[in-house]
Design a protein around this ligand. Structure first.
Ligand code: MV4
Length: 491
């Protein structure tokens, strides 16, 4: 057990700031490492010490493992927090950090490695009776054998990359005749994207909810789950809206999924915070993969449980035991998060960079903004265009939706276009309000024909698809926010 007194945050933007805020509250010193593009970023000013580590491109700064570890040693930090993205799920980085005598705030390199490959993850959980999608859980090398299995399972089937993530290397196959061709494409996509061409097949679940369970595990064998997040509203595998709890889970299924998630964590001797991803359809759920990092959407879980997940990560990394049991955990109210991207929803969601001329956050009870913005700041083009997360918490789902819509109206961002109006549209949609939606939400209502052919997605096409009768109303609710914002000003 080693008390952590100083943490280097190997990340940028809103998550770097969010991690440092918890550190400050706990009396832990903070070190920021930053690129030339982030010289005046809020997280750099907020840290106790800030070190420039390289030029703007991530490969020359935020991904420079040895440079970051060197800074950590020189400044005598006890631990490195990787945030999400960048080096957060890099097994060799986690090992290098530990080998340098520094605590990696996250699981062991071994756990990251096992869960980083979907086939090895499936293999690891086999002893635990975790429900999985029917499929062939080994690399497809023999096409004839794979076709035979595909016929037994029934089409459509989905080819997935073992090293995959975020939908890359995924191909839907509708019939035997397409199999070989789609497989070749999947292999070459996977090889290009991950340097690993291994693919496997699963039954394609066509109308699933994307439901994930947050877990916490300590180094002493204690594992708990912090219930679910429903992230079914996605656009090209980018989450748009996340909520907790899910509007569709019964307590019985919630319990079963929670137990399964804890077992997935046990299967790889996990410690730290992690997320077990499932798809859910007709009261059945299937394990897909485990994400071995703190996720973007962790705030919704914090709001319904009252925990600070970064604080829990730090305690676990110090070798402490979890200070609560499963029985002591409860869901309080309902939380929703929307991701604010500096993207133009009217121009195929192209990143919209520039200077933020006016910036006013929404405030009030139950409203939380995790951001990295200041008035006058330039949004750099080099990184993810997500500039803020808006999170609300209320006593029930209906009130949370209303609170979120009001918060969106109160949010003024002038100078860059954002996805705020797009989120408002989605939250007002009958299908979202009823809770009766699935991962097709954006495709259905924004006319993206399929996950494997996302290029046709434009707002114009989406609007053209809406029946004439509905069109006027929808266009108005989308294009004319009830209060005038940047978005109309800036067109
Ligand atoms: C699936 C699936 C349906 N059937 N697997 C997407 C990314 C990765 N985490 C796993 N994903 C999925 N795997 C089977 N066998 C559906 C998804 C999926 C999805 C698919 C299309 C459009 C949006 C989606 C959002 C979440 C998950």
């Amino acid at each position: 057990m080693k008390k952590i007194n100083k943490i280097l945050v190997a990340n940028r933007g809103e998550i770097a700031l969010r991690i440092m805020k918890t550190c400050k509250r706990l009396g832990i010193g903070t070190v920021a490492v930053y690129s030339e593009a982030d010289q005046s970023a809020p997280f750099v000013k907020y840290a106790d010490q800030s070190i420039l580590i390289g030029p703007a491109p991530s490969a020359e700064s935020y991904l420079k493992q040895d440079v970051i570890i060197d800074v950590a040693k020189k400044l005598d930090v006890d631990a490195i927090h990787p945030g999400y993205g960048f080096l957060s799920e890099n097994a060799s980085f986690a090992k290098k950090v530990s080998d340098a005598g520094i605590i990696f705030i996250g699981p062991s390199g071994e756990s990251i490695e096992v869960m980083g490959d979907k086939l090895s993850a499936k293999k690891a959980v086999t002893a635990y009776n975790i429900p999985m999608v029917p499929g062939l859980n080994e690399e497809v090398t023999d096409v004839a054998k794979a076709k035979k299995v595909a016929n037994e399972i029934g089409y459509p089937i989905l080819i997935k990359a073992a090293a995959g993530g975020g939908g890359k290397g995924m191909r839907v196959v509708k019939s035997d005749a397409e199999f070989e061709n789609q497989m070749k494409r999947a292999v070459s996509e996977a090889q290009n994207a991950f340097g690993n061409g291994a693919v496997f097949i699963e039954k394609y679940i066509t109308e699933p909810r994307h439901i994930e369970i947050q877990i916490l595990a300590d180094m002493h064998g204690n594992v708990v789950h912090l219930f679910e997040r429903d992230c079914s509203v996605q656009r090209r595998h980018q989450k748009v809206i996340e909520e907790a709890p899910s509007a569709v889970l019964s307590d019985k299924i919630r319990n079963e999924m929670g137990k399964a998630a804890c077992d997935v964590a046990r299967s790889c001797d996990y410690y730290g915070a992690g997320t077990v991803e499932f798809i859910y359809e007709n009261d059945s759920f299937y394990f897909l993969e485990m994400n071995t990092r703190l996720q973007v959407e962790h705030p919704v879980t914090e709001l319904i449980t009252g925990l600070d997940l970064v604080e829990e990560q730090i305690k676990i990394a110090q070798g402490e035991q979890l200070h609560f049991t499963q029985k002591e955990l409860n869901i309080t109210g309902h939380a929703i998060e929307i991701r604010v991207y500096a993207e133009d929803p009217c121009n195929d969601f192209l990143p919209d960079i520039g200077k933020v001329e006016v910036y006013n956050r929404p405030k009030g009870e139950g409203v939380r903004v995790d951001d990295a913005l200041e008035e006058g700041m330039e949004i750099p083009i080099y990184y993810d265009p997500m500039i803020a997360k808006l999170i609300v918490h209320a006593s029930n789902r209906e009130k949370a939706i209303k609170l979120m819509l009001d918060a969106i109206d109160d949010y003024d961002i002038v100078g860059v276009k954002t996805t705020l109006p797009f989120c408002s549209y989605a939250l007002k949609h009958e299908s979202f309000r009823s809770g009766n939606y699935d991962t097709r939400f954006v495709n259905l209502y924004f006319n993206d024909p399929s996950i494997i052919d996302p290029n046709k997605e434009t707002l114009e096409a989406a609007l053209a698809s809406i029946s004439l009768l509905e069109q006027k109303d929808k266009i108005n609710s989308f294009f004319l926010p009830s209060k005038s914002t940047n978005w109309t000003v800036n067109r």
